[in-house]
Ligand binder design. Sequence first.
Ligand code: B12
Length: 216
Amino acid sequence: MSSTDYQGLLQKAVRAGDIEETVDIIQKVLQEGINPVAIVDEGLIPAIRTMGDLFEQGEVFLPHLMRAAEALKKGMALVSPLIEETTADQGVANTVIMGTVEGDIHDIGKSIVALLLSASGFNVVDLGASVPVNKFIGAVEDRTGDSIIVGMSALLTTTMSQQKLVIQKLTEKGLREKVKVMVGGACVSREWAAEIGADGYGLNAQEAVRLALEFA
Ligand code: B12
């Protein structure tokens, strides 16, 4: 397979939820020396975004979306260890507490952000998906030191307000000044980040890393 045409084939396999084909293509292109971050950016992410558009238009239904997400996750499992190894360690030792907010099970973007942060040298505490406000707070309280970043992902308009609640709770507990807060996810915007008093917004994983390095 030529390195120039794998993207289309990989996207098609993920969209179809074809795990075997997804794994097969990724294994082949990795052997050919394709950069694992490019596989995520040019193959896996566009495929799931297209499925989102088709879902919105009523062209595909939830089971299709779930199968595609499953194929994407199997693909991620192949490239993640390589990304951890190959991305340059930028020598930072700060902690990033990451999670998708309560009520929201979308964890693909959050996990990609966590992966790139950890590959950039951050100590990432991944709390998972549907994380209650108090779990974010507890994770901050469990850590001392002055360089903690809280990263919150939200993909649903019904759950983005949880990001605001976490910030409010950090303030109530006297912890707000000790941490930097960054937010992201498909329904979140720079304006929303400013409105809720977050320190930053990241459109994608690369921006998340840039932000975290600024905070460090
Ligand atoms: C895959 C998917 C699913 C999968 C999730 C699998 C999983 N384990 O994550 C499944 C099928 C389970 C699912 C379920 C649902 N989904 Co859904 N889903 C999607 C879809 C297609 C893609 C999301 C995704 O993974 N994108 C790829 C990743 C890489 O992108 P990302 O998450 O945006 O993350 C990037 C950036 O945003 C940023 N980022 C993310 N987090 C953070 C955090 C920080 C701190 C920073 C700085 C940056 C950052 O960096 C990431 C990497 O570049 C979206 C469509 C879309 N356009 O987003 C719908 C979408 C989010 N889902 C939607 C809906 C409605 C649902 C359901 C409610 C459907 C239902 N009727 O049950 C349920 C929700 C259940 C729940 N309670 O959470 C709607 C939300 C509409 C809205 N505005 O509220 C969307 C937009 C689809 C649509 N167009 O209608 N979904």
